[in-house]
Design a protein around this ligand. Sequence first.
Ligand code: NAD
Ligand code: UDP
Length: 390
Amino acid sequence: MASVGRVDLDGNAIKGMTICMIGAGGFIGSHLCEKLMAETPHKVLAVDVYSDKIKHLLEPAEASVPWADRIQFHRINIKNDSRLEGLIKMADLVINLAAICTPADYNTRPLDTIYSNFIDALPVVKYCSENNKRLIHFSTCEVYGKTIGSFLPKDSPLRQDPAYFVLKEDASPCIFGSIEKQRWSYACAKQLIERLIYAEGAENDLEFTIVRPFNWIGPRMDFIPGIDGPSEGVPRVLACFSNNLLRREPLKLVDGGESQRTFIYIKDAIEAVLLMIENPARANGHIFNVGNPNNEVTVRQLAEMMNEVYSKVSGEPSLEVPTIDVSSKEFYGEGYDDSDKRIPDMTIINRQLGWNPKTSLWDLLESTLTYQHRTYAAAVKQAISKPLAS
Ligand code: NAD
Ligand code: UDP
């Protein structure tokens, strides 16, 4: 088993621990549970309202898997369940992933978004602080908001200067739009919970690590509308574009697809989280950007690359009309706004944990779209071929 002789970055033996993982049934949680079960001796108390994405771990096909007794699922809504504190007390470490975190919700369900990302996280922080439990809290790169450079004239040469766009944990400001741009309800709630956790560290010695994911993507992210999620639902861009490709319809570019993002393969990102889990002395008290600065594209370039990669992995010809433009108001509704560019500075995570991402955008799309094709193509074909109900 992988647990034999495992040491941390300082050469000390890693002891098995019990982790209370809240939001374990989501995209990131499912990959983190897989990694912990396959490669470590740790136990997981998995908390979520859904378990479909970790069903293969909870009900493995063979009884002899190495993790048989190491993962336990607790179907709990953390908004209103008194069992949460008991589970936190049983754990050595708490990881909080629970959140509403799809942009289509930020401007259309701002109250749910703020409650989920701030109010519902409060008891978790409180129980950790009161019971002296270490907390790894998932925030977002979106706390940076817009870059300083986005306010410069379009033709300013300073826009090319990294000082105006690279996002640094300990130096960059958090720049959000006005209050009626409700897109920023998520970023603002995440920022406030970060500040609260930081203050609990400063005033009450809470041991914490804050993670700021920069567009982690891979298998099991979100849902395909009408197949394993609502027909009218709008997931994050990977699932939106996958859905378009599966249905052979043009990929929708919001406001011209000019925004830029850096995408990181979920498996690279999970390596970084495991280092945080197993190296508390190096991770406590830090906020970490986790992204891949080498994988930057505009959303338009992402759409073009996904069209090409999907054709390769599915064997189908690429779309003749690969993209269409759509306004943000039409696509997301009133109050949408966007982050212009997101390049993570890697200095702190590199210094503390010696971690770097590995996978290129092409390679991560190839494995992810292979998964999407294998998982959904038949179901989408069947859904399309069904006659419409009269
Ligand atoms: P996800 O939606 O797949 O997972 C979140 C999980 O939390 C879901 O399974 C959901 O059911 C659960 N949850 C939500 N509210 C809950 C509640 N009240 N009680 C119990 N469970 C609840 O999202 P993800 O991509 O896995 O993101 C995990 C975390 O990382 C979130 O905090 C998100 O803000 C942050 N994040 C992710 C990304 C990314 O690139 N994937 C980027 C920025 C931030
Ligand atoms: N986007 C798009 N078409 C879609 C879905 C998203 O053009 O079908 C854009 C969106 O406007 C944003 C980017 O893709 O600029 C990334 O969106 P995502 O939902 O992944 O979340 P974000 O990175 O903004 O948090």
